[in-house]
Design a protein around this ligand. Structure first.
Ligand code: FES
Ligand code: FES
Length: 169
């Protein structure tokens, strides 16, 4: 079996993987790097459970071949989580009961993380659009929407605070 070397940055660390030509990125992340927060559901691009960020944009880890990621920067759920505890979006998921079985959660969080990085005060329509490719069979989506809206609202308040501090200085 022929193996290919692929060098990329995963969660801020340069790694070289030895993979088969047809090995998916999700399989390589889980199998070669032990990053099992990347989940596999349908394995054909429908459910979004395998979502990771490729150069900051959400992609399907089950559809992308590991060999296609040479020279890229990949972020998994482990890469956006602080060493202890949860980041603001994850904490908001917890507080809003935005997960039950948790199978979809890493993909959901990464899709929303990418949106909020690009648009910290994203509105409901943008949030709905961002998770339109992520299926959840448990929550009914509303708590997920509320969790993301809460972070966007908190960013809006922080922004308002900063501009009022600057204008009073
Ligand atoms: S496992 Fe990749 S989209 Fe479902
Ligand atoms: S929390 Fe179970 S699939 Fe979303």
């Amino acid at each position: 079996m022929k193996l290919f070397s692929v060098t990329l940055v995963v969660n801020g660390r340069a790694v070289t993987l030895r993979v088969e030509a047809r090995q998916s990125l999700a399989d390589a992340l889980r199998g070669e790097l032990g990053l099992t927060g990347t989940h596999l559901g349908c394995e054909h691009g429908v459910c979004g459970a395998c979502t990771v960020l490729l150069d900051g944009e959400p992609v399907r880890g089950c559809l992308l071949l590991a060999v296609q990621t040479e020279g890229t920067e990949v972020t998994t759920i482990e890469g956006i989580s602080p060493p202890a505890g949860l980041n603001e979006l994850q904490e908001s998921f917890r507080r809003h009961h935005a997960l039950q079985c948790g199978y979809c959660t890493p993909g959901m969080v990464l899709s929303l993380h990418a949106l909020l990085a690009r648009d910290p005060t994203a509105d409901e329509e943008a949030i709905r659009e961002a998770i339109s490719g992520n299926l959840c069979r448990c929550t009914g989506y509303l708590p997920i929407l509320q969790a993301a809206l809460h972070v966007a609202q908190s960013n809006r308040l922080k922004r308002a605070d900063t501009s009022s501090t600057q204008s009073s200085a």
